[in-house]
Design a protein around this ligand. Structure first.
Ligand code: IFM
Length: 474
């Protein structure tokens, strides 16, 4: 791994607009633990992480950062940071263990307590309804169970999701004003059902396209359920991880590779959600896999229910050229047409390139395509190999440099007229990084997973200073 230039003072001091929202983000399965407490049933991630060879070191989210029991301590950490907002996700299998039927009050009570403590600390709660922990029963029925399975490729999952959204909105709608339906449906559809590196680990390219459509449908149905339950001024949103796609060269074949990945990585969600249509080129590119007849009349109208903002998760750009890549791939139909090129420059512990220009490019591109949609950076951050030194301090200058560069890119986008309303740093805590288990640390607060001791890293203090001054230090 190449070291990042850890000299933030080389960048200018920059003020952000008044009222800019400064947050941290987490997700239920990655931090909560308490996997079998208070009625929670397994999700697809519990099953997947128990499957040998799927998650590094055989790690699971059984205990994670034990946030379920340490929630008050974690809220206090955020109060110290001075964040204005906190983005968390609700675990569907805690609220509706089988994905159907009545809610479990103890599950809802946990989120009620969380939200009440946040509000008491002056922090605005931002609730995400789905961050990948699908109730296992909806993916495949338990032995002897009568419910049909199938996960996101199955249409009924979208209907169940809307019901669950209504339950959570009824329970928390009086105290949560900002709601996100789905987090990164691209990962749920294509890492879950095409490449299989995420739960449920299926490698069925055609099914992954069905999954993508049903996630769009689920989003639209959930928006309707939320609007029916929430006050009129509630903010309803969707978080995507749009790919900042770059063609390696200006050659037509490379530009065509970029077009394919833009369709599969971005427009597969953006077009249904904001324009109520499927991208024609995507339908043509995937004709060998599906005729898309699972899209029923009226579905795209539902998917395009009005939302109030779009959440953007950005980490690194995607550079492509004409060529081929091996499967199982998360890019159904593109294996024979696209090769992925490593972007140059320093890299994080995930081996992702550090490239803040990609964020600027993405934001300005989205502004051009969706001029009336306010944007919120709902995730951005970096993993590094952090450790506590003998004095107990955690020095992470590379993360500070990463954050500074990316916030400077957000500032540039603001100056270019992009309507960015806030920034949520991923992540508050070191946590379960999916197939990488606990081997990758994204937190600005270090977690010693043996003792569950929390230690704010240098980046936490730096972020607190950014929030306090509502801008970047010079
Ligand atoms: O940890 C994940 C998160 O759950 C979704 N967005 C990307 C993060 C880093 O990989």
């Amino acid at each position: 791994m190449t070291a990042v230039d850890a000299r933030p003072q080389a960048l200018p001091g920059l003020a952000f607009p008044a009222g800019f929202r400064w947050g941290t983000a987490t997700a239920s399965y990655q931090i909560e633990g308490a996997a079998a407490e208070d009625g929670r049933a397994p999700s697809i991630w519990d099953t997947f992480s128990r499957t040998p060879g799927k998650v590094r070191n055989g790690d699971t989210g059984d205990i994670a950062a034990d946030h379920y029991h340490r929630m008050s301590e974690d809220v206090a950490l955020m109060k110290d940071l001075g964040v204005t907002d906190y983005r968390f996700s609700v675990a569907w299998p805690r609220v509706q263990p089988t994905g159907r039927g009545p809610a479990v009050q103890k599950g809802l009570d946990f989120y009620r307590r969380l939200v009440d403590e946040l509000r008491a600390a002056g922090i605005r709660p931002v609730a995400t309804l789905y961050h990948w922990d699908l109730p296992q029963e909806l993916e495949s029925p338990s032995p002897g169970g009568s419910a049909p399975g199938g996960g996101w490729p199955r249409r009924e999952t979208a209907e169940r999701f809307a019901e669950y959204a209504g339950i959570v909105a009824d329970a928390l709608g009086d105290r949560v004003a900002t709601w996100t339906t789905l987090n990164e449906p691209w990962c749920a559809a294509f890492l879950g059902y095409a490449s299989g590196v995420h739960a449920p680990g299926r490698t069925e390219p055609a099914a992954s396209l069905r999954a993508a459509h049903h996630l769009n449908l689920a989003h639209g149905l959930a928006v309707r359920a939320l609007r029916a339950a929430l006050p009129a001024d509630a903010e309803v949103s969707l978080t995507l991880n749009p790919h900042a796609v770059r063609a390696l060269t200006d050659a037509e074949a490379d530009r065509d590779a970029a077009r394919r990945i833009d369709a599969l990585g971005n427009r597969v969600f953006l077009d249904p959600v904001f324009h109520g249509r499927l991208p024609e080129d995507l339908v043509a590119d995937t004709a060998g896999l599906t005729d898309w007849s699972f899209v029923r009349d009226g579905d795209l109208e539902i998917a395009s229910e009005r939302i109030d903002s779009l959440g953007i998760n950005y980490y690194a750009p995607t550079v492509v050229a004409a060529g081929t890549h091996d499967g199982p791939s998360p890019w159904p139909g593109a294996e024979e047409h696209v090769r992925f090129e490593p972007a140059p420059g320093p890299r994080t512990a995930m081996d992702w390139p550090v490239d803040a220009d990609g964020l600027y490019e993405l934001l300005t591109r989205l502004r051009d395509g969706l001029p009336d949609v306010p944007l919120v950076i709902t995730e951005n951050g970096a993993a590094y190999d952090d450790y506590a030194d003998p004095e107990g301090a955690v020095h992470d200058p590379e993360r500070v440099a990463y954050l500074h560069q990316h916030l400077a890119a957000v500032h540039r986008a603001l100056a270019a007229g992009v309507d960015v309303r806030g920034y949520f740093l991923w992540s508050l805590l070191d946590n379960f990084e999916w197939a990488y288990g606990y081997s990758k640390r994204f937190g600005i607060v270090h977690v010693d997973f043996a003792s569950q001791r929390r230690t704010p890293k240098d980046s936490a203090r730096w972020y607190a200073d950014v929030i306090a001054r509502n801008g970047l230090p010079g």
